[in-house]
Design a protein around this ligand. Structure first.
Ligand code: ADP
Length: 932
């Protein structure tokens, strides 16, 4: 086949490879060669490089020009492409027979030399543009303006060199000669690479400076405030709750500076730090803050270079990139010394993802995992105050949140907090009631954005506002859904055009320009936040009349074994596919789950009025039925997985993460009959939801659904982030809980006050475990009331809190009039002798107490002798735990005396007290029930 035919036949493929990654570099390199080989003359070049034209126009133009020139030119073009393109991109392309580019005589003018040597000159000058410009300026060949034209920051260094060469050519022979002389001189004075010291070279330091200023510029504002110009990150950044878990499951709270610090390290050999958190919990913002502080040399000062990447944006990169291209193209291009530096030596990676996205096989490679749990209650106040410069307005918003605990619980997730704060006007003036669900919150933001662009006065968005903007919503919805299905989060202008999105649609503000430093020719867009993309996708599923009938079913039961986050394409190569079952182009499950939540919310009866003009009632009802059926089926699957109880044990269910998701979908529907029907089929005595990322939002949904359980249940929520607000959200289901386990959940006295106020009235409520929360003496009076008024309460565990002797005295007051408590745990508080005496005194008359733990409480011999009196009188006590106290021989002797009169006690634990090994041996001989 002749070469023109080859070009014609492969036109689409050639176009694709030359435009593929959106970078103009491959085309520019081909043009350099064709100019050097005299295949193109200057006029051809100008007809191709038209400034305002898009890259694909330029490539087409090149193909046309060369095609018209015939066989030889076409051969040269193919040869040039063969030379420029990386091996991987040449696969499948045919470049014809090898073409010998005939060596021409050396040109006789400097201007022509610049053309003939153009490919080499681009490489040589890239590291020395400043020097060349300086010479041209001092020899009056260039003006300042010429220099500015060359150095426009939108150009990559290679593009700047080409601009410089073009400008020199335009200036004429003298300028060209000056430039060639300069190059000759720099060649002879080029430093020997062997001379390089081990410390960073001047080039590296210059690059660090440039990178710092690029990163600072990039991280200065938050994308959700983009365009408004009101806030910098400094103005609005509010610390989130950060925790790290050690190997044994103990958690520690962290500051921003500890994210890459030593606390919580699990694997010293690994170099990857993971920050995990739910969508909208502030992961990207946290990284942005780290970037900004690094750029200002305020944090991470031992990190020499820092490269910010977005995996979502990298997924949109279709070309294979070298490491150098990856770092330079996507972050910041060095002006010189591009080949220096062993960049990957001592590298450290900080990665963010959703909690379930990182499976065990990837976790092995983590140095540590930091959990980001959103805002604390104090954080919410702080955020609102930062957002509203008018303190009166901030106060009103805070008051309205405090008056409405469901909304307050939503605000623990920063992205919801941002919406609620942003839409305060709609919120404070709302006639449709206060938002209850995340769908309500996102409808609020939708109204807010449309209102902003509406010509009507503030606050007046016609009743039919959705119908008015339906076209925009559907187009955004189509873009959102199609791209979610393809795990795509960054869109080119072409994709927007394909769907028919206009400038006006874009100006509504739901889409923003991609905020990164990559050097590409085309603008790229993304949704303001991934959750907003899910919301629009949900709208499309609900409103699109042409969608296939099984779309909703598919959403609720994703078929593929799906992977998400880290393991998706961007890092997909790093994972052993046999372990994780990697499939390419699978949609991220967590995003589909969020979409499903919005679909449930939009199809709720409550939004019937809003949707009625946009979607026929019959269609809406059919879809709503499909959702209900899917939810019910999903729950059934869970219930079926409950194992038969082992004899002597309770029938218990350990919830999978998708259980919480299904519950949240049911909550979005706000239909009690659905909740009731679903729960009627659940028959367990114990429901275990430990380590399930349950925060206040999840508590609201759990209580809404669990309150319909037929039989009482033990609800185990240990190791989540329930907090005081979450506790308040759980109250509606407290009547069905016989036990509540809330170990390690950031609960304080205020949460306990509310919990016990309700608990006192719940007949079935009998056990509570609150190990490792933030409780102080201020909560003990509430427990005292509970103990006094509830004579069927069985178990109170308050270990690892901050209760002192005062708290113990208060508790004792309640205990003295209680005749039901069997278990009392106060391990790891500070009750001391006084507290132990008060408790022992109060419990002396107890006819129910079986188990008492005062481990690690600063109890000495005085306390022990008071406990001895309890032992001598008790007929029920079986175990007494007194490890890690300061009891000496004298105290133990009192205990031994008392045990002589007691037959119920089986064990008294005394490890780690003030006794010598000899004393321990001697005393244990006297009483075998003592354990040292
Ligand atoms: P994620 O990456 O976890 O999905 P983002 O960091 O994108 O969450 O947060 C979503 C939005 O929530 C941000 O654009 C910002 O408006 C708000 N936000 C998140 N974290 C903070 C923070 N620490 N301070 C102030 N606002 C925050």
């Amino acid at each position: 086949m002749s070469t023109p035919q080859l070009i014609l036949k492969q036109r689409a493929e050639l176009l694709a490879v030359l435009c593929g990654g959106g970078s103009a570099e491959p085309l520019d390199c081909v043009l350099d060669l064709l100019l050097a080989w005299e295949v193109l003359v200057w006029e051809d070049y100008l007809s191709i490089q038209v400034a305002e034209k898009a890259l694909n126009y330029k490539v087409r133009q090149l193909l046309d020009v060369v095609y018209d020139k015939g066989e030889d030119a076409c051969s040269c073009l193919l040869a040039a492409m063969n030379q420029v393109l990386p091996e991987e991109q040449k696969a499948g392309l045919c470049f014809g027979e090898e073409c010998a580019v005939v060596g021409k005589n050396r040109p006789d003018t400097a201007t022509l030399t610049l053309l003939a040597d153009r490919p080499v000159l681009v490489r040589k000058l890239r590291d020395n543009i400043d020097g060349a410009l300086n010479v041209l300026l001092t020899t009056d060949c260039f003006t300042i303006k010429d220099c500015d034209v060359v150095q426009l920051p939108v150009y990559t260094p290679s593009q700047q060199v080409r601009r410089l060469l073009d400008q020199v050519r335009f200036k004429g022979e003298t300028a060209a000669k000056t430039l060639l002389q300069f190059l000759e001189q720099t060649e002879t004075t080029r430093p020997n690479p062997e001379d390089k010291e081990n410390h960073p070279s001047a080039n590296c330091m210059l690059y660090q400076k440039k990178l710092r200023s690029s990163v600072a510029a990039q991280s200065h504002t938050l994308s959700t405030y983009g365009g408004t110009g009101h806030f910098s990150l400094d103005d609005i950044y509010t610390d989130g709750l950060l925790e790290v878990m050690d190997g044994s499951g103990e958690t520690t709270t962290l500051g921003l500076e500890d994210v890459v610090g030593p606390v919580g390290t699990l694997n010293d050999d690994a170099d990857t730090f993971l920050v995990s958190g739910e969508a909208g919990s502030g992961k990207s913002t946290l990284l942005q803050r780290l970037h900004l502080l690094w750029a200002r040399e305020a944090l991470l000062t031992n990190i020499f270079l820092l490269f910010p990447f977005s995996c979502r944006k990298l997924n949109a990169e279709h070309r294979e990139l070298s490491l150098k291209e990856l770092l330079f193209l996507h972050c910041c291009w060095p002006d010189r010394g591009q080949d220096e530096g062993t960049l990957m030596k001592g590298v450290m990676k900080v990665v963010t993802s959703r909690p379930q996205a990182v499976g065990p096989s990837l976790k092995r490679y983590l140095r540590k995992e930091v959990l980001l749990k959103g805002f604390s209650p104090g954080g919410i106040d702080c955020f609102v105050k930062k957002h509203h410069s008018d303190p009166a307005m901030a106060r009103r918003v805070i008051e309205s949140l405090q008056a409405n605990s469901v909304l307050l619980s939503l605000c623990h997730i920063p992205v919801f907090c941002w919406i609620v704060t942003k839409c305060h006007q709609e919120l404070l003036g709302s006639q449709d009631g206060i938002p209850q669900t995340i769908t309500d919150v996102y409808l609020l933001v939708l109204q807010h954005f449309f209102q902003r662009k509406s010509y009507q006065p503030q606050g007046v968005l016609g009743k039919a506002w959705l119908e008015e903007h339906l076209d925009t919503v559907l187009k955004l919805g189509q873009l959102a859904l199609e791209s979610l299905e393809a795990s795509c989060y960054v869109f080119s202008g072409y994709e927007l055009q394909r769907i028919g999105l206009t400038e006006q649609d874009v100006s509504m503000g739901f889409l923003i320009y991609c905020n990164d430093l990559s050097v590409t020719d085309c603008k790229r867009y993304e949704f303001l936040h991934i959750t907003l993309q899910c919301f629009f996708a949900a709208f499309y599923l609900v409103l699109n009349r042409n969608s296939d009938r099984s779309a909703i079913y598919r959403l609720f039961q994703p078929k593929n074994k799906q992977l998400s986050g880290l393991s998706q394409r961007c890092l997909g190569h790093c994972i052993d596919s046999s372990v994780e079952g990697v499939k390419s182009h699978v949609t991220e499950t967590p995003n589909l789950q969020i979409t499903a939540q919005f679909v449930s919310g939009l199809l709720s009866q409550r939004h019937h009025n809003l949707l009625q003009e946009c979607c026929p009632t019959a269609v809406r009802e059919r879809k709503a039925k499909q959702v209900v059926k899917s939810l019910s089926k999903g729950m059934q699957r869970h219930f079926k997985s409950i194992p038969r109880p082992v004899e002597g044990e309770k029938k218990s269910m350990h919830a999978m993460p998708s259980f919480v998701w299904l519950i949240k979908c049911i909550y979005e529907m706000q239909d009690s009959s659905i909740a009731q029907d679903t729960m009627a089929k659940l028959d367990v005595e114990h429901l275990k939801l430990t380590y399930c990322n349950i925060g206040p939002v999840e508590c609201t949904a759990l209580a809404y659904v669990l309150k319909y359980l037929r039989n009482p249940v033990g609800l185990q929520l240990d190791n989540n982030s329930v907090g005081d607000v979450g506790v308040e959200q759980l109250l509606p289901c407290l009547h069905i809980c016989h036990s509540l386990y809330l170990r390690n959940n950031n609960i304080s006295d205020e949460g306990i006050r509310k919990l016990l106020e309700k608990g006192m009235k719940c007949e079935r409520f009998q056990k509570i475990a609150l190990f490792n929360n933030n409780l102080t003496d201020a909560c003990t009076q509430h427990f005292a009331w509970l103990l006094k008024s509830k004579q069927n309460f069985l178990s109170l565990r308050l270990g690892n809190n901050n209760i002192t002797s005062q708290g113990a005295e208060q508790l004792a007051e309640g205990l003295s009039s209680n005749q039901s408590l069997q278990f009392l745990g106060l391990w790891g508080n500070k009750i001391g002798d006084r507290g132990a005496e008060a408790l022992a005194d109060a419990l002396r008359n107890s006819t129910t107490l079986i188990w008492l733990s005062l481990v690690d409480n600063g109890v000495g011999s005085a306390g022990a002798s008071a406990l001895a009196k309890l032992i001598s009188q008790s007929k029920t006590l079986e175990e007494l735990w007194l490890n890690k106290n300061c009891i000496s021989r004298e105290g133990v002797e009192c205990l031994i005396e008392a045990l002589k009169m007691n037959s119920s006690v089986k064990e008294v634990w005394l490890r780690g007290n003030n006794l010598s090994p000899e004393e321990e041996e001697e005393l244990s001989k006297q009483e075998s029930r003592l354990t040292f």
